[in-house]
Design a protein around this ligand. Structure first.
Ligand SMILES: Nc1nc2c(c(=O)[nH]1)N[C@H]1C(S)=C(S)[C@@H](COP(=O)(O)OP(=O)(O)OC[C@H]3O[C@@H](n4cnc5c(=O)[nH]c(N)nc54)[C@H](O)[C@@H]3O)O[C@H]1N2
Ligand SMILES: Nc1nc2c(c(=O)[nH]1)N[C@H]1C(S)=C(S)[C@@H](COP(=O)(O)OP(=O)(O)OC[C@H]3O[C@@H](n4cnc5c(=O)[nH]c(N)nc54)[C@H](O)[C@@H]3O)O[C@H]1N2
Ligand code: SF4
Ligand SMILES: [Mo]
Length: 733
């Protein structure tokens, strides 16, 4: 792999490849680097989580040597979490992918870009000729720039004829999208981070804010109103321990709890009738429906004492500004969409929306999950449009210049259906960009065997040694955060800039330039003639957003974003004095045609797999520490971060269960589900209730166990519920 590329290969590289490789991080062809001064500082948004903190990069002789959190950015106000402080580590990691690789005689072998592209094209075309575009799919991400994901989605689905595409946002935010669309008429998180500071009562449902969004937790701590902080989580997490009320709910009983709470709020007179009458529809039916959830039943089914339920209902009634926040404890459930909508219902019925310190607020996950929701061109057409709507297709054609008949008129398969297709042989070619499916999707060994069956697996990543790249036929080395220009959209709809401050290693190219090269090799460069560089694409996306709820056509370009210190959508007219914190629905108008928000609800049902004699525990999974990011490819490159978390997989279980099994912290144990078995270290903690165990998601083994039952509306997997058995591992290891 480390041999130099023979000159004869280099001779065949075309002029576009030579041009791009000369400037691998890519400012596009010939664009003047944005950072002109070699010794300077420049601000950019962090590339890990959706909080979207701004970091000040300190450059010396044109290279980034250090960073510090930007003091006056409205998001983080001079703070950063360990990942942000260590954000430069991946840039110089020795294991970065530096050259394209191609599987030759079974081994991934270094080749030139044009050879890799030639193979990509010929294998993809062969599959297409034999089986049609229906046998092709791509998996996108919430971790590349908006301009790049728009390029990928449009190129793949409108240019290359790849029929199916989805992204890791399906594992993460699909539920919030479906819930908001159903309730508000558009995928629109309504809040601004100042709401954490302006709230009298902060209700966190299935969110471990201290660990997963530490800087948002700092915003909570800045709240001067003496807020009640309510955490609804089966575990006594770091966040629950800091709360004023912790409802240690039985896993997956949220729907019952939230409906029971709605009933109590009706009983205790907390309903804002004027708001409900003027701005919502469906409340009468909802009111009748929740009558079936008296406090006694709710206490029995959720394990939360009746007194705790009543106390929460009274708090919600008595506090003027109540904000409801949710994350993966909700989104990753078998009835996730209805659970999220049950939270939205509470905000609507109590008039807690559109005012400071209120809202039904989905906190997103990845740095650009919000960008992918609007522009990945997978589950929805560019700008949050519908593929099946002819008028929407015409709008996209008019702005992008892509002929209308090239824009698919139907929806495509979702992530789980794509992987089922891989397993069944329907999908034969898969292109995976900036997501590590083999680790993060459920299925473990089964998924690996399915990936091996593909005729073509192309992995585009910063690293060639990821769990997914192991199965690749072609690895395309990508520049990462700090090595390319573009924008991210954070949880509160703020569009922020990322910049190239370092050259990508070897011949790694920015995703943007890889897509450009792909377009060229697949003979569709003409279709993308206007997609010159990220900023040109940003202008096109701004135009595409015009007239949509997410309208940001008032942002003239990157210069405005720099000057405005990030700008939230919507902004339909240029405004130099745009307020730094803005929320939606202040006028009570929602995005459904009648301007009203809807009450949406459904009967609760049990999850697919419940504990039994052989598998008596519920397995919960999630974030383990603020120093670990997902599958670890980036955070593991930092020696500092590595020292802040355990280096191998562990299970957390309650003292009572540990005593019964004869287990102590430090022991080894075997954890088994119906799908697989793994060995783990034991950690005994009272944070976990009896009958439940917790395993962090950051180690590859975990998803050998999970079930991944999907919610019917969002098709998001329920990673946080399956039945497992636990047994000590005795004797020499
Ligand atoms: N350090 C770090 N930060 C991250 C990430 C990371 O990998 N590392 N990832 C980012 C991403 S992409 C995301 S999506 C977010 C996720 O952020 P969070 O959703 O806050 O994180 P999780 O730990 O996945 O899940 C939150 C909580 O849900 C609880 N839970 C499990 N089952 C249930 C249930 O049935 N009901 C309720 N009410 N709660 C339940 C779990 O006990 C857990 O504490 O974090 C983002 N931030
Ligand atoms: N059991 C369990 N499983 C889970 C979850 C859980 O709670 N429990 N949570 C789910 C959630 S919410 C999420 S979001 C997913 C996350 O799952 P993944 O998306 O699979 O996790 P990451 O490790 O973030 O993978 C991102 C990949 O992109 C690469 N990369 C980073 N930046 C760039 C770039 O600029 N360009 C390119 N080309 N590559 C880049 C990284 O090296 C890495 O390989 O996991 C899901 N899986
Ligand atoms: S909280 Fe999120 S955005 Fe802020 S520094 Fe940490 S990882 Fe980066
Ligand atoms: Mo996520």
């Amino acid at each position: 792999m480390s041999l130099p590329i023979p000159n004869f290969i280099r001779q065949f590289e075309g002029p576009l490849t030579r041009e791009l490789v000369r400037d691998p991080g890519g400012f596009g062809l010939g664009q003047v680097p944005r950072i002109a001064k070699p010794d300077a500082t420049t601000d950019m948004v962090c590339g890990y989580c959706s909080t979207g903190c701004s970091l000040k990069l300190h450059l010396k002789e044109g290279r980034p040597v250090n960073l510090s959190p930007t003091p006056d950015y409205p998001v983080n106000l001079g703070m950063a979490c360990p990942k942000g402080w260590e954000a430069l580590a991946p840039l110089s990691a020795p294991n970065r992918a530096t050259h394209p690789l191609m599987r030759i005689d079974g081994a991934l072998t270094r080749v030139g870009w044009d050879a890799a592209m030639g193979r990509f094209r010929s294998k993809l075309r062969a599959i297409q000729n034999a089986h049609g575009g229906d046998a092709l799919a791509f998996l996108s991400t919430g971790q590349i720039c908006t301009e790049e994901m728009a390029f990928l989605g449009t190129l793949a689905r409108c240019g290359m004829g790849i029929a199916h595409g989805d992204g890791n946002t399906r594992q993460c935010m699909a539920t919030a999208v479906a819930a908001y669309k159903g309730s508000f008429g558009f995928d629109a998180p309504p809040y601004t981070y100042a709401d954490f500071e302006e709230s009298d009562c902060i209700v966190l449902v299935g969110s471990n804010l201290c660990i997963a969004h530490p800087i948002l937790w700092q915003r909570v701590l800045r709240n001067r109103r003496g807020p009640e902080i309510v955490v609804i989580d089966p575990r006594r997490t770091e966040t629950a321990a800091a709360a004023t009320q912790h409802l240690a709910i039985a896993p997956k009983s949220d729907l019952v709890l939230l409906y029971g709470l709605a009933r109590l709020l009706i009983e205790n007179g907390a309903v804002e009738r004027d708001f409900v009458d003027a701005h919502t529809s469906g409340f009468a039916a909802f009111e009748a429906f929740v009558d079936d959830f008296p406090a006694g039943r709710v206490a029995r089914e959720t394990g939360v004492p009746e007194a705790a339920l009543r106390r929460l209902a009274d708090t919600v009634r008595d506090r003027d500004r109540v904000s409801f926040w949710w994350t993966m404890g909700v989104n990753q459930s078998h009835q996730a969409t209805r659970t999220a909508q049950a939270i939205i219902n509470l905000a609507l019925m109590t008039g807690n929306i559109g005012r400071p310190g209120t809202g039904a607020n989905s906190i997103t996950g990845q740095c650009n999950a919000m960008g992918s929701r609007l522009f990945s061109n997978t589950a929805s057409l560019l700008g949050g449009r519908d593929f099946i709507d002819a008028a929407h297709r015409a709008e996209v054609a008019a702005t992008t210049g892509i002929p209308e008949d090239r824009i698919p008129a139907q929806n495509c398969l979702a992530y789980d259906q794509i992987l089922d297709g891989v397993e069944s042989g329907r999908i034969r070619g898969l292109w995976v960009v900036a997501t590590n499916t083999a680790h993060s999707w459920s299925g473990g060994g089964r998924l690996g065997r399915a990936l091996e069956k593909l005729d073509l697996l192309v992995v585009q990543d910063m690293y060639a040694d990821t769990a997914t790249a192991r199965f690749a036929d072609i690895v395309l080395p990508a520049a990462g955060w700090g090595e390319k220009d573009g924008t991210f959209i954070n949880s509160e709809r703020r569009i922020g800039l990322v910049k190239k401050v370092a050259r990508a290693p070897g011949e790694a190219l920015s995703d943007f330039n890889i897509f450009k090269l792909v377009a060229h090799h697949f003979g569709v460069a003409d279709l993308f003639a206007g997609w010159i560089d990220p900023e040109a694409v940003f202008a096109m996306l701004a135009e595409l957003s015009q007239g949509r709820p997410c309208d940001f056509s008032g942002i003239a370009g990157y210069r405005d974003l720099e000057a405005g210190r990030g700008i939230q959508w919507p902004l339909s007219e240029p405004d130099e004095d745009v307020a730094p914190e803005r929320r939606l629905f202040e006028d009570g108008r929602f995005f459904h045609a009648d301007g009203r928000a809807r009450f949406v609800f459904d009967a609760p049902r049990p999850p697919a797999e419940v504990p039994c004699g052989r598998y008596p525990f519920v397995l919960l999974t999630g974030r383990g520490s603020s120093s670990q990011w997902h599958t670890g490819t980036r955070t593991q490159t930092s020696a500092v971060l590595r020292r802040l978390h355990p280096d191998a997989i562990y299970v957390e279980l309650s003292p009572a269960d540990a005593a019964e099994l004869g287990l102590e912290t430090g022991d080894r144990a075997r954890l088994a589900s119906r799908r697989g078995e793994i060995e783990v270290a034991v950690r005994v903690t009272s944070a976990v209730k009896r009958g439940e165990v917790f395993v962090p998601m950051h180690f590859e083994e975990v998803n050998a166990l999970t079930l991944g039952e999907v919610d019917p509306h969002s098709r998001q997997p329920s990673y946080k519920h399956c039945a497992v058995g636990l047994a000590p591992v005795r004797g020499p290891q």
